[in-house]
Design a protein around this ligand. Structure first.
Ligand code: API
Length: 287
C-alpha cells in the first residue's frame, strides 16, 4: 500500500490516496493501529484516507491511533488540501472536503515553488448544545464555564463541537504533567458518551492563547486543529479573548478567527509533506 507521511504542526498522520489504493476489504481500524505504531509500523497519530465524494470535491476519513474513527481533523484537513493540490488531484485553489462532521471549504496558498505552504479552512459553525457534543449528565442545555470534577479536582470547562467533541479547560498555568494526568480522565468522563478531546488553555492576552491537548483516541499530540478552533470559541465566548487569536500549540502556531459576520470559524496554518513510501506488512482484512 502506497502512503504519504504528512503533518500539521507535528500532528502527524499516515495518508493514503484512495483514488489509487483500494481499501474496501481492509479492516481500517486495525490498519490505523498498525501503521500508527512508531516501532512496528510507519508511525503517526493515526491514519487519514483521501477519497472520492458524491457531495464534495473530496472526502476525508480520519482514524485515531487507537483505531477509533473521528468526525473531523483540522490538521488533517490542511494536509489533505495540500496533498490534493500538490499532487494534481485538483487545480483549484479552493474546493470542498466532506467529513463525517460536515463539508468544509479549504483555500490553499502555493509558495514560489508552486507547492502549498499555507491553508485557510472555513471549519463551519461551532455547536454547544448537549446533543451536538454529545454530552449527558448535566441539567443545562450547554456546558459553558461548567465545573467538571475528576478525582476531587475541579476544573472550569466549556464544551464545543467542531464536528468532533472538545472539552476546553481554562488553566491559570498549563503544564504537561497535568495534561497527561487529567486528559484521559476527562476524555473518559461519564458526561461524554462518545469520549472527548481535551484542550488545556492559558490566556496570554486578548489575542494569544497557550494551548496543550490530550486527544481522544490518541493521547498527547503536538497540535489539534479542531481543538484550537474550539479553544478560541470557548475563550471568546467567555469574554477572555477577541475573535482573532493566535494559538500557541506545542508544534507551532495556528491563527483562528471566529467570524462575527457569519458565526463561522476560520483556521489558518501550514502543512508539511515529509516522505512517501510503500507499506509492505500484511493488510488486515475485514472479518
Ligand atoms: N482525536 C480527534 C480527531 C483528530 C483531531 C485533531 N488531530 C485535529 O487536528 O483536529 C477526535 O477523535 O475527534
Amino acid at each position: 500500500m502506497k502512503f504519504t507521511k504528512m503533518h500539521g504542526l507535528g500532528n502527524d498522520y499516515v495518508y493514503v490516496n484512495c483514488f489509487e489504493e483500494d481499501l474496501c476489504s481492509v479492516d481500517l481500524p486495525e490498519l490505523a493501529r498498525r501503521v500508527s505504531d512508531r516501532h512496528f509500523g510507519i508511525g503517526g497519530d493515526g491514519l487519514i484516507l483521501i477519497l472520492p465524494s458524491e457531495r464534495a470535491d473530496f472526502r476525508m476519513r480520519v482514524f485515531n491511533n487507537d483505531g477509533s474513527e473521528a468526525k473531523n481533523c483540522g490538521n488533517g484537513l490542511r494536509c489533505v488540501s495540500k496533498y490534493v493540490y500538490d499532487h494534481g488531484l485538483t487545480s483549484k485553489q479552493t474546493f470542498t472536503v466532506e467529513t463525517l462532521g460536515g463539508i468544509v471549504t479549504p483555500i490553499v496558498y502555493p509558495g514560489e515553488d508552486g507547492k502549498v505552504e499555507q491553508i485557510s479552512i472555513d471549519m463551519g459553525e461551532p455547536r454547544f448544545e448537549r446533543s451536538a457534543i454529545p454530552m449527558t449528565g448535566i441539567p443545562e442545555e450547554q456546558a459553558v464555564e461548567e465545573v467538571i470534577e475528576v478525582e476531587d479536582v475541579t476544573f472550569t470547562m466549556t464544551a464545543v463541537s467542531m464536528g468532533n467533541p472538545h472539552a476546553v479547560i481554562f488553566m491559570d498555568e498549563v503544564n504537561e504533567e497535568e495534561v497527561r494526568l487529567y486528559g484521559p480522565k476527562i476524555e473518559f468522563h461519564e458526561w461524554f458518551p462518545e469520549r472527548t478531546n481535551v484542550e488545556f488553555i492559558q490566556i496570554e492576552n486578548r489575542q494569544e492563547i497557550h494551548f496543550r491537548v490530550w486527544e481522544r483516541g490518541t493521547g498527547v499530540t503536538l497540535a489539534c486543529g479542531t481543538g484550537a478552533c474550539a479553544a478560541v470559541v470557548a475563550a471568546c465566548l467567555s469574554g477572555k479573548t477577541d475573535r482573532k487569536v493566535t494559538v500557541h500549540l506545542a508544534g507551532g502556531d495556528l491563527f483562528i478567527e471566529w467570524r462575527e459576520s457569519d458565526n463561522r470559524v476560520i483556521m489558518t496554518g501550514p502543512a508539511t509533506e515529509v516522505f512517501s513510501g510503500v507499506y509492505l506488512d500484511a493488510m488486515p482484512r475485514k472479518s
